[in-house]
Write a protein that binds this ligand. Structure first.
Ligand code: SF4
Length: 283
């Protein structure tokens, strides 16, 4: 399918990060090396979604008319993904080129809100996040997705967590996770070391039953084949260690997988373990 001409288009600045077609698959799709508009938005709701994809793009590769651009919502991000008993989860948009367009997530909960990986710095987004209440922590899942962490921490007064093995990417982070032991930020949020993609990769688990797992670049969902992907191609450290880290996640009861790159996915009861076993068997 070729690009559909009209007011929205993708130019050659595209870095093929996937942000637009993961957020708005109705209007954007990958070409294999870039992204293209596969349907021009019709009506208010579709136009809003395409404008938010434009706002989320880390390199301003999506263009539209000045008239439409003026309609870009100021309240689009954070965008609600799911409500969990342990906290409401939002996608932050505003992807950063410095983390190759990785997704970042906000958990809103009574114990203090937590940002998972760093969005591109944006004063409007910072005001929106602050309006949700006190930001307790910024958890950096691994060295690739730290983006503008210093600016976020300073502006919102939160402490940062990173694994010691990736800590040179954020040497002034207030907390370092050591070794392979799970760290409970508090009762409802755990940091799980998952070495492999990088030496200091971590996943973040929200809730104990029907949990939300923020996987960084450790695991993501590929909808075309309906499989969980642990990628050897995009493994920067030790793929066998990454598979051992995948194995350790089998006992979890995951309802939502929210990765840094690749698609998010909701799992029915029992599907998580079966999907992980399929991934391990394939590798
Ligand atoms: S968000 Fe921007 S850079 Fe990323 S795939 Fe879409 S157009 Fe390309």
């Amino acid at each position: 399918m070729g690009a559909v001409p009209g007011p929205f288009s993708v130019n050659d600045r595209c870095i093929d990060c996937g942000t637009c077609w993961q957020f708005d698959p109705l209007h954007f799709a990958p070409t294999g090396s870039s992204s293209q508009v596969i349907r021009q938005p019709e009506g208010e709701a579709e136009t809003r979604q395409a404008l938010l994809a434009l706002q989320a793009c880390p390199v301003a590769a999506i263009g539209t008319t000045p008239e439409l651009r003026r309609l870009t919502p100021s309240d689009g991000f954070p965008a609600l993904v799911t409500r969990h008993a342990a906290g409401d989860v939002y996608y932050c948009g505003w992807a950063s080129r410095r983390s190759f367009g990785a997704s970042s997530w906000l958990v809103v909960r009574p114990e203090g809100n937590v940002l998972i990986d760093s969005p591109r710095w944006s004063a409007p987004l910072a005001r929106r996040i602050a309006a949700f209440g006190r930001l307790q922590a910024l958890v950096l899942t691994h060295r690739d997705d730290v983006a503008d962490h210093q600016r976020w921490a300073k502006a919102l007064g939160c402490s940062r967590w990173i694994h010691q093995a990736d800590a040179d990417a954020a040497p002034d982070a207030e907390h370092q996770v050591q070794g392979s032991a799970v760290v409970a930020l508090d009762g409802a949020l755990q940091l799980i070391p998952c070495p492999g993609h990088t030496a200091g990769s971590m996943a973040v688990l929200l809730g104990e039953r029907r949990s939300v797992l923020f996987s960084g670049d450790h695991l993501w969902w590929r909808p075309e084949q309906a499989v969980l992907v642990a990628s050897e191609r995009y493994c920067w450290w030790d793929f066998q260690e990454q598979l051992r880290s995948v194995e350790r996640l089998k006992e979890l009861d995951v309802a939502w997988l929210l990765p840094g790159h690749g698609h998010a996915h909701a799992f029915a009861p029992g599907e998580w373990r079966a999907a992980l076993e399929q991934t391990l068997a394939f590798n």
